[in-house]
Design a protein around this ligand. Structure first.
Ligand SMILES: *[C@@H]1O[C@H](CO)[C@@H](O)[C@H](O)[C@H]1NC(C)=O
Ligand SMILES: *[C@@H]1O[C@H](CO)[C@@H](O)[C@H](O)[C@H]1NC(C)=O
Ligand SMILES: *[C@@H]1O[C@H](CO)[C@@H](O)[C@H](O)[C@H]1NC(C)=O
Ligand SMILES: *[C@@H]1O[C@H](CO)[C@@H](O)[C@H](O)[C@H]1NC(C)=O
Ligand SMILES: *[C@@H]1O[C@H](CO)[C@@H](O)[C@H](O)[C@H]1NC(C)=O
Ligand SMILES: *[C@@H]1O[C@H](CO)[C@@H](O)[C@H](O)[C@H]1NC(C)=O
Ligand SMILES: *[C@@H]1O[C@H](CO)[C@@H](O)[C@H](O)[C@H]1NC(C)=O
Length: 449
């Protein structure tokens, strides 16, 4: 071969090969549902079949990942593969995950003698930054010891191939104990209640609904803070009154009102907790929600975190439905909060951020927040059909895919950079689950068109 021809071939090869491989490995995906499936495959690398939750994600984070999966399963009921995986993921978690509860005896009723063995030094603790109230979970030693990080495996595949994970096998004669899911932090408890409500919605299995009711009942027994005699505290120490726990309490009650046979009881809790919350001062004049209340029960001016703006939206939508659309104030209130949040949190391109991104200090907790906002804002859109909101959510969802993704994994800054360069947090299961919530929101708002 003449040297010039050889050079020509090498040049051609150089031009062609990367093109072909990049197309087959990472071909452009434009369908929002396919994007979610691609990202779910990436999430699968962290799934642990023997614990039913995700390595590298914290305890309450795993409840949120389950919720995301249940949401997606409901949007795409015709995908038989997805339905089967989702059912097995829920059943496996309900059986296996209590072993990962970081402080399983903390909330046992004091009449239970084994409650005496509660350790004086809590094995699990959450602290908050005194200025911003950013939470940080401190999980027990060895909680994160078993990281599976083979990017090219989807560990949820094992659920399909092995009959021990069959839903009917796992749930046969099984009654979950709500106390297995309580860890002394009432917000964590309620994240799990919402996860089981979503599992019920996706599978119609009453086991999950009863579990959610049991968790709610335990938390509702703590009702009544020093602030206007209502609300719930953040945790068993009964000191901090914050927005997340109280909006979760409201949202769980509102969800249960339209699902349980005991509608009147849950409607009462939903309305009582909403009235208390709106009177508490945590929702400020800008229609954004600060983190909590100070010792004098005044708004503590804590940071406007995205998840605090999100959870209430889902609750307001559910209460609207449970009341048969007779209360015309609920959806407008939710819409104001959703838009004020985007206004406050979005950059000039419309992409939302939490302030911890600036210093890469969101950690396992803060990296979960934005997905929670997206999930709830997209559900609000289902009730209102507000096209301004859906466009805003679509822009964010698109940016997650275009700017924050590297193959199947995502970074925490949804305007970029991509994960793995040390400039953004991730990849790990918290970051991935949150990005997935954003992508699922994209599917949800797209479907209305
Ligand atoms: C007390 O707690 C233990 C540990 O969770 C549990 O196995 C047992 O059933 C409880 N007993 C009662 C009477 O609730
Ligand atoms: C609760 O208070 C005790 C005593 O002040 C403290 O040791 C413990 O760390 C606190 N626990 C939590 C979860 O805040
Ligand atoms: C799954 O969890 C179990 C129990 O904690 C642990 O022994 C195992 O190493 C974990 N597997 C992976 C792949 O992380
Ligand atoms: C709440 O009120 C009780 C009784 O008045 C008091 O002992 C306690 O310190 C108060 N707690 C807080 C968090 O202010
Ligand atoms: C409302 O927003 C303005 C402008 O961003 C800000 O200066 C002010 O502190 C906010 N007020 C409250 C109560 O958060
Ligand atoms: C849920 O709400 C709808 C609309 O108000 C109502 O028709 C339905 O009966 C409710 N379901 C339950 C279980 O409360
Ligand atoms: C997930 O992402 C970031 C690191 O990029 C980190 O702050 C967070 O703690 C990680 N979570 C876990 C469990 O490693």
């Amino acid at each position: 071969m003449a040297p010039s021809l050889l050079k020509h071939c090498i040049l051609l090869g150089f031009l062609l090969v990367p093109n072909v491989s990049s197309q087959s490995y990472d071909r452009p995906i434009t369908d929002p549902t396919e994007r979610v499936n691609h990202a779910l495959y990436g999430l699968g690398q962290w799934y642990n079949t023997s614990t039913g939750i995700w390595e590298t994600a914290g305890w309450w984070n795993s409840a949120n990942i389950l919720t995301m999966i249940g949401d997606f399963a409901q949007i795409d009921p015709d995908d038989a593969h997805l339905q089967k995986v989702a059912r097995r993921i829920f059943a496996n978690a309900v059986r296996k995950s209590p072993r990962k509860n970081p402080d399983p005896t903390r909330e046992l009723p004091s009449t239970n003698s084994s409650a005496q063995s509660r350790s004086a030094t809590p094995p699990y603790r959450k602290s908050v930054d005194p200025r911003t109230f950013q939470p940080h979970s401190h999980l027990p030693a060895h909680w994160f010891d078993h990281e599976s990080t083979r990017q090219d495996t989807d560990n949820t595949a094992a659920l399909l191939s092995d009959s021990q994970f069959d839903e009917s096998t796992l749930l046969k004669d099984f009654t979950p104990n709500p106390y297995d899911w309580l860890d002394g932090y009432y917000d964590d408890d309620l994240w799990w209640a919402l996860a089981w409500i979503t599992a019920y919605d996706a599978t119609q299995h009453p086991t999950y609904l009863h579990l959610a009711e049991g968790i709610f009942s335990a938390v509702s027994s703590t009702w009544g803070t020093n602030c206007s005699d209502g609300g719930v505290y953040w945790n068993y120490n009964r000191t901090y009154v914050n927005a997340i726990t109280n909006t979760l309490f409201f949202s769980t009650a509102a969800h249960l009102a339209n699902r349980s046979g005991n509608t009147a009881n849950y409607l009462d809790w939903a309305q009582r907790s909403l009235t208390w919350f709106l009177g508490s001062g945590m929702l400020n004049k800008n229609d954004t929600i600060n983190d909590g209340l100070d010792v004098n029960c005044a708004n503590n001016n804590g940071e406007v975190w995205s998840y605090n703006q999100g959870v209430i939206l889902g609750g307001l939508g559910e209460l609207h439905v449970a009341l048969g659309a007779t209360d015309s104030t609920l959806l407008p209130l939710a819409t104001r909060i959703a838009k004020a949040a985007i206004n406050r949190l979005a950059d000039e391109h419309g992409i939302i951020h939490d302030v911890c991104e600036e210093r890469n200090s969101c950690g396992g907790d803060g990296t979960q927040f934005k997905g929670i906002f997206m999930r709830n804002a997209a559900k609000l859109y289902k009730h209102t059909g507000d096209e301004e909101l859906s466009s805003q959510l679509e822009v964010i969802s698109q940016s997650i895919w275009d700017k924050a993704r590297k193959n199947k994994v995502f970074g925490n800054n949804w305007a970029g950079p991509r994960p793995g360069d040390g400039v953004t947090e991730g990849p790990n299961a918290s970051v991935q689950g949150s990005a997935l919530d954003g992508l699922v929101a994209g599917v949800r708002v797209g479907h209305r068109r």
